[in-house]
Design a protein around this ligand. Structure first.
Ligand code: C2E
Ligand code: CA
Ligand code: CA
Length: 501
């Protein structure tokens, strides 16, 4: 979760910063475009007022021309043009310059046009942008304007954008940029601009250059990623921890009576009558719903709460005792699962004695179901089994065949029942040819003179097969799911009416 959120936060921040930067670039691009556009349009408008001078002589025009150039913002020089020849300049007075030679890119037939020149006669090394403003009525005449261009102020203007490092104006394949004091060809500057925009009505393109990623942004994204990752990692750890504190909940669950017992009938294979029951625990959690015993028993084991849980189960059974007596035959069996940690706890014997005392006399036989897993400590387990027998309880090995240690016990201690794990039973019918392990288990049980209980019998076919093999008891959904005491009474009534197989 930490890593996931680190990526999410880091990525999110990076994306946000990238978007913000892109927005800034768009704004900047628009700002510069309208600034330059405004500048050029103002100059063109000023020069339009001078168009009548193209019909006068240079001597007449020169004063107006000079003062217009002097007062016009960013104007270096103005020249009057007829038939492609500039004949009067604000700077030099009478001249004769062929514009086709000076500004070859400029199309004088257009109403307005622009070009970039490497210099003017007066300032040969200072590149300039030139504009053309044709006479509105006489296409042979017009005004030629050279501008004072310095892009650095633009760059200053853009410096509020820390990642924009260059700006260029491109006209007819020539470029004036902040990268060089000279005019470059567009091909020489093969740097991809981050934004470009066209001026309205003029063949002028403005380009912005910048870094898509700044170091600060990357650092910020990583910082946010790490921060988010750590926070969410800790939160997840915390939430997992608090969830694994279900141990506390188990105690609350006991106190608030969220646990209840269900009973699953065990059928005698010989006459198909109910011979006993196995009690199984259920937890109806107010938030998490019905929790499986597989889950909460192992929780309880971790929290050392199994003993309390089993004691609670004993009390639940005592509560149901009347119903149980009404359905169980005389000397019927009641199977109770024992957890390993309870068996080895110091309270074990006392708990069992208390339970036995609470049961009505001669009610039914208790069979403690112990998994192979339970019998971890052989030296301790054997005396406990003996003790249970002395107290009149029976013992069943639960889930037989799934563990590893049971055979050694079978040699030393006589168990009363062997419950064959449902994994073997479910194989019946699917693996039609042979069931070698099950066969071996059944032979072993017979040789050891133990009663067998088949768990997880789900179909008539399985039941019949097991009966044919001489299994003594059957338990499974085919007969009944685990039921509450109440439902069990009803089931028992129905079952007694028509035993079918
Ligand atoms: P288990 O002792 O092997 O109990 C048999 C499990 O098989 C039960 O699951 C039962 O509902 C299920 N079952 C019965 N017939 C069929 C069938 O035909 N098909 C299938 N698929 N399943 C069937 P449940 O009640 O979920 O209990 C799971 C395990 O939790 C039990 O296995 C037992 O080891 C443990 N457990 C349940 N209640 C207690 C308890 O009160 N104390 C202790 N220590 N363990 C318990
Ligand atoms: Ca069991
Ligand atoms: Ca079992």
């Amino acid at each position: 979760m930490g890593t996931l959120f680190a990526l999410l936060f880091g990525g999110g921040t990076a994306y946000y910063l990238f978007q913000k930067r892109a927005d800034n670039w768009d704004t900047l691009n628009n700002d510069i475009n309208s600034y330059v556009d405004n500048l050029f349009q103002t100059i063109l408008r000023t020069s339009t007022n001078l168009q009548p001078l193209t019909f006068s002589t240079c001597a007449q025009a020169s004063r107006t021309l000079t003062s217009s150039a002097a007062f016009g913002l960013n104007i270096r020089a103005l020249a009057l043009v007829t038939n492609g020849i500039a004949w009067c300049s604000s700077a030099n007075g009478e001249i004769k310059v062929n514009l086709a030679k000076v500004a070859p890119g400029m199309d004088l037939s257009q109403k307005v046009n622009a070009d970039i020149l490497p210099g003017t006669p007066m300032m040969p090394n200072r590149p300039t942008i030139v504009l053309w403003n044709r006479h509105p009525d006489d296409p042979t005449r017009g005004i030629f304007i050279s501008l004072n261009v310095n892009l650095n102020p633009y760059l200053l203007y853009t410096s509020r954008q820390r990642d924009v490092y260059g700006i260029a104006i491109a006209i007819h394949g020539k470029i004036l940029s902040t990268f060089s004091p000279r005019v470059m060809s567009a091909r020489a500057l093969d740097l991809p601009p981050i934004r470009r925009s066209q001026l309205h009505g003029l063949p002028v393109e403005i380009r912005l250059y910048g870094t898509p990623w700044s170091r600060e942004d990357i650092q910020l994204a990583i910082l946010f990623g790490l921060f988010g990752g750590v926070i969410f990692g800790l939160l997840t750890t915390w939430s997992l921890n608090s969830r694994s504190r279900t141990g506390l909940d188990i105690q609350t669950g006991i106190r608030r009576e969220q646990f209840f017992a269900v009973y699953q009938p065990v059928i005698n294979a010989r006459d198909q009558k109910m011979a006993g029951l196995e009690v199984l625990m259920r937890w109806k959690h107010p938030v998490n719903g019905l929790i499986s015993p597989d889950v909460f028993i192992s929780y309880a084991e971790d929290q050392q709460l199994v003993a309390s849980l089993t004691r609670h189960l004993f009390s639940l059974v005592i509560n149901d005792i009347e119903a149980l007596q009404s359905v169980l035959p005389p000397s019927g069996k009641l199977g109770i699962n024992l957890a390993p940690s309870h068996l080895h706890s110091p309270d074990f014997k006392q708990d069992i004695l208390n339970f036995a005392r609470a049961l009505p006399p001669h009610s039914f036989n208790i069979v403690f179901e112990i998994t192979e897993r339970t019998m971890l400590n052989e030296a301790q387990a054997l005396p406990l089994f003996e003790w249970l027998h002395e107290q009149g309880f029976e013992i069943a090995i639960d889930d037989f065949g799934t563990g590893h240690s049971a055979l050694i016990y079978l040699q030393r201690f006589k168990m009363d029942y062997l419950k064959i794990d449902r994994g073997f039973i479910s194989a019946i019918g699917t693996d039609t040819v042979t069931t070698p392990v099950l066969d071996a288990v059944l032979i072993l049980a017979r040789r050891l003179n133990m009663n067998t209980v088949a768990e997880g019998v789900e179909t008539a076919q399985q039941a019949q097969w097991l009966i044919d093999q001489g299994v003594n008891y059957l338990q499974g959904y085919y007969y009944s799911r685990p039921l509450t005491a109440e439902a069990l009474v009803e089931w028992s009534r129905q079952y007694a009416k028509g035993v079918t197989l």
